[in-house]
Design a protein around this ligand. Sequence first.
Ligand SMILES: *[C@@H]1O[C@H](CO)[C@@H](O)[C@H](O)[C@H]1NC(C)=O
Ligand SMILES: *[C@@H]1O[C@H](CO)[C@@H](O)[C@H](O)[C@H]1NC(C)=O
Ligand SMILES: *[C@@H]1O[C@H](CO)[C@@H](O)[C@H](O)[C@H]1NC(C)=O
Length: 499
Amino acid sequence: MNNKWKRKHFSNTQPPILRSPLLTISLLTVLLLILLFFFTSNRFSTSPLSGSRSSQSTLLNPLCSSTLTPNSLGIAKFIWYAPHSGFSNQLSEFKNAVLMSAILNRTLIVPPILDHHAVALGSCPKFRVLSPNDLRFAVWNHTIQLLWDQRYVSMADIIDLSELIANSGLEVIDFRVFISIWCGVQIDSLCSRDLETFSAISESLQQCGSLLSGYNGNINNCLYASGEDCTNTVWTYQKDEEDGSLDVFQPDEQIKKKKKISFVRRRRDVYQTFGPGSKAESAQVLALGSMFTAPYKGSESHIDVHEAPKDQRIQSLIEKVEYLPFISEIVAAGKKFALQTIRAPFLCAQLRLVDGQFKNHWETTFQRLRQELEPLKQKGPLPIHVFVMTDLPATNWSGSYLGDVSKDSKTYKLFMLREDDHLLQATAKKINDAERGIILHSSLKHLGASGKRCAPRILPDVLLYVEETICSCASLGFVGTAGSTIAESITVMRKQHVC
Ligand SMILES: *[C@@H]1O[C@H](CO)[C@@H](O)[C@H](O)[C@H]1NC(C)=O
Ligand SMILES: *[C@@H]1O[C@H](CO)[C@@H](O)[C@H](O)[C@H]1NC(C)=O
Ligand SMILES: *[C@@H]1O[C@H](CO)[C@@H](O)[C@H](O)[C@H]1NC(C)=O
């Protein structure tokens, strides 16, 4: 537990003030309090909700103790948020988080890619969503699970952030590096996969996560955990006349009664709420909730920052984040499959048929495919090359239009990328070796927080990313599933001529 006080950054880069006797004494006191806390903490371990330990928990975070305020160490302030749902959702949330971090001049904590469906937000239109605290804690919990399973993949391992960092002044820190400093836990001690070690540090991690999620409330200079979500807030930026006004979409009387909702949805300026002069400003960590947004009934469900004409820096960032490229290894793999395996002009069919809402829309989805294929069939040449990416296993195709197409080998030649394709294995291995996430540019490097990581036991699953890239290469056209965020990503990639 007291390991963190021996960390390099406290001995090597001590400002002179830390050498004063007074400080030594106060550090000793802090240490004693921590030990005391450690011995009494068992009774806290069951629920993240116990509210009585905020002052003690502050002491668990070396960087939040009063003598080490962000400014005295010259450390950046951070922004954390809670990604959820599938990869495409997580990517669009990441883009919004990049904007938020730029508007607020905070270092963005880059999250891992969460498993599909590991964390769900709920439904904004139905006013049924996880509270920001619960959402953040669920994300935290899953993230620790990924670390323990040794299959942690950073968003920065998959999405190329180099341009944003080099030219847009984006400041980032890897989540693992951040928690090793903020929670004082050596992440690489998980490598041994020793259960005893794990339960020792998982206790500290649980506490740190519950603190960071906001269960202990806000902590002066340390943490500001936002309580805003899509049921009460639509974020805006520099639309001054709108700040505090009602959004056009409000819970109707029926929902208000049923859910006992007394609030309304307001449009609020991000900068006014969290920037200079706000309660959040001095907090070293600003914890936001979901960064997911979607157009809904003439408004946005949560974030309405689509332009910033009065702020050139943010305006150009808004344009840049519309398309964030995959890292070069993924793009190269997609191109390779198009050139060496398909080896002819082809059409891409992205057919979501199983997951969630999509299982009820086979008719519409297949109709769009048929509409694209028929004219190609008339024109020739045959066979028409088609790359299919779908969540419906090939064994379930028979009886559907897709089954018919696959049987008609005179007219169609189908290609799929199989999960065990060696191209995917090789790409995953390259990504893994590149370690982009952990070596992210960070203003904290001088603290010695270089961040070791465990060699993963399980390589990242890159199927989706390579498939999307292949579809961006499809010169005969693209058929996507209506309402699928994957289809949207592919459309953007095609517009950008990624291939
Ligand atoms: C962020 O930095 C820009 C330019 O340096 C400045 O104009 C802006 O007020 C800063 N915002 C915050 C929230 O400090
Ligand atoms: C945290 O994760 C564990 C296992 O992954 C699960 O059993 C537990 O319910 C989760 N807790 C919360 C609060 O999500
Ligand atoms: C695929 O077929 C199997 C066996 O017939 C069936 O159990 C399963 O539910 C099917 N899956 C889908 C998504 O239709």
